[in-house]
Ligand binder design. Structure first.
Ligand SMILES: Cc1ncc(COP(=O)(O)O)c(C=O)c1O
Length: 383
């Protein structure tokens, strides 16, 4: 069996037209801008806000690294605040850091779970800070009936983590449009990058239904990719780690935009919530869930587990065809373990399991069965 890490592209989407259903936020936002990927939207936002070297942004110590690269590339200074083992900010630490008169608070809604927006918006009002919501992992999630990304001054989303599109990061401006962003002209993304990624997503769809056939085709696709590299046919990477100034002005593919009109977003949300609950129930007593709550409106990206050795557990699952994810192994040099113990704990122990809309009931039973079989690897240790 093969359980893909990310949602896959059913080829019928490539040939059908918009289903006419209502587009949710941020896809319907009047002020949205669609970049090749979210990190370039973050960069352009901080550039447009004209951050100077001595102007501080408060950023969570638990982060990917690409958002941090983008903020630094735009010239702003970062001070890190602590995230607890429950994935929420240490509000006392944030309050202390506000003495440095930061200009902005950058928050991340992790894996679909909302941050405490009442407290955070109040803190921003009290200290006159801009609020920027990073919803890269939380597209389609809500808090108290309001879409994540609507609370702050600005929000950034990553499309391809939740939806089967070849690329795309969306920036939304909730309090009027910055003139620098209004003037920005984005270049089209090249066809080879779009075709290559779309083919990969389609092969993943095939492979999740027939591992043998889809696996063989994926092998051919990889071989074709190597040949393309030898002929110098360059494709822009998606979902990689890094920041490339050459890509800061590239827009999302027109195909990504067209596909957005074809998804049934309500069904996607419901499927993810169902899969999360079903797998959580199947894993009860066999593994330790990082979060046991799933409030109304939360659209989970993955099911996060706490495991003793993340890499060992991930490898064991990959060997049986399960696309588990080891998010965020590397910490920033300005986040030493002694001062930021909880984010180091999360980096060492959190493993993500796929529960997206293309994960079927038999996939979920298979994941639960394999974790049961590999039980000692999943028995949690705390430190
Ligand atoms: C929290 C967070 N913010 C921003 C990004 C940047 O996303 P993208 O890969 O679309 O540039 C990522 C992933 O890289 C992320 O995990």
């Amino acid at each position: 069996m093969y359980v893909p890490t990310w949602p896959c592209l059913n080829p019928s989407y490539l040939f059908s037209s918009a289903n006419g259903s209502h587009l949710p936020f941020p896809m319907n936002a009047y002020t949205r801008m669609c970049f090749f990927s979210a990190r370039y939207g973050i960069y352009q936002l901080f550039r447009a806000l004209r951050f100077q070297k001595d102007e501080i942004v408060l950023v969570p110590d638990y982060h990917h690294g690409n958002e941090v690269r983008a903020i630094r590339a735009a010239g702003a200074s970062i001070r890190f605040y602590r995230i607890g083992r429950n994935l929420e900010p240490d509000l006392d630490h944030l309050e202390q850091l506000c003495r440095l008169h930061p200009r902005a608070l950058y928050i991340i809604h992790y894996l679909g779970w909302p941050q405490p927006m009442g407290e955070l918006t109040a803190l921003c009002r009290k200290h006159g800070m801009l609020l920027i919501e990073d919803c890269a992992l939380s597209l389609l999630s809500e808090s108290n009936g309001q879409a994540l990304g609507r609370f702050g001054d600005f929000a950034i989303y990553c499309l391809y983590k939740t939806l089967p599109v070849p690329n795309g990061g969306v920036l939304v401006q909730n309090r009027g449009i910055l003139p620098e962003l209004a003037r920005l002209e984005l270049l089209p993304c090249d066809g080879a990058s779009v075709a290559s990624r779309s083919l990969e997503l389609t092969l993943e769809w095939l492979r999740s239904r027939s591992n043998g056939f889809g696996g063989a085709l994926s092998w051919f696709k990889r071989a074709a990719g190597k040949v393309a590299n030898q002929f110098g046919i360059h494709r822009l990477p998606v979902g990689n780690t890094g920041f490339d100034f050459a890509h800061v002005n590239i827009g999302a593919a027109p195909l990504s935009r067209r596909l957005l009109g074809q998804f049934d977003y309500q069904k996607i949300r419901e499927q993810r919530r169902f899969n999360y609950r079903y797998l959580a129930e199947r894993l009860a007593g066999k593994a330790t869930l990082l979060r046991t709550d799933l409030a109304e409106g939360v659209c989970p990206l993955f099911l996060p587990l706490l495991v003793p050795d993340k890499h060992l557990a991930a490898e064991a699952l990959w060997k049986c065809g399960i696309g588990a994810v080891e998010f965020w192994n590397e910490s920033d040099p300005e986040v030493p373990a002694e001062q930021f113990p909880d984010s180091h704990f999360l980096r060492r122990h959190v493993l993500e399991l796929p529960i997206h809309q293309d994960v079927s009931l038999s996939h979920l039973d298979y994941i639960a069965g394999q974790i049961d079989r590999l039980r000692p690897i999943f028995e949690v240790q705390s430190d």
